[in-house]
Ligand binder design. Sequence first.
Ligand SMILES: [Zn+2]
Ligand SMILES: [Zn+2]
Length: 197
Amino acid sequence: MNLPLSCRCGAIQGSVPDAARTARVMCYCRDCRTAQRWLDPTRGLDAAGGVDIIATSQAEVQLTQWQDALACLQLSPKGLHRWYCKHCRTPLGNTPAANGPRFVGLSRLAVALDDAALDARVGEPRWQAFAKSATGPLPTLASRALLPTLKVVGRTLLDRLRALTPGNPFFDAQGRTRVQPHVLPREERAALAAQDR
Ligand SMILES: [Zn+2]
Ligand SMILES: [Zn+2]
């Protein structure tokens, strides 16, 4: 079963052909929350300030359409690359620096499935990352299982040993981002993070 990807306006489209090679995690870290507030504060955050992430290897992501739409945000000069559609501000996903693991945390908002279909193909979230940074009581998970996450982590570390493929949508063969990231000014980041209190 595949995982169809699309931003809200449709300018970014693609898929993860094998949904079994993903793991779903809720992330409650302040940076994910800050980035989502900057992109679109009306979507994507649960009641405890978490974002729903489908983790996989960059090699698993096949974009069919992204030209002139894919943009990149960094909350600081060395922060994660946070990819999004510049037209509709849907987050696509996060990647570490180019020389890091070939990991991508896809945003649930970029997966073109309703909740029931997403649960059926990937499973419900099985892990809550950075729970201490949550802004409210955490929802109870149906079940906890670290194994799918560990499998994804292992695969992204293995992928790092391979050269970047020409089809990598985020980085070119030299490991440079395909678009110049927008680095959020420090004051703007601080103002968004301060909404936690
Ligand atoms: Zn879009
Ligand atoms: Zn996070």
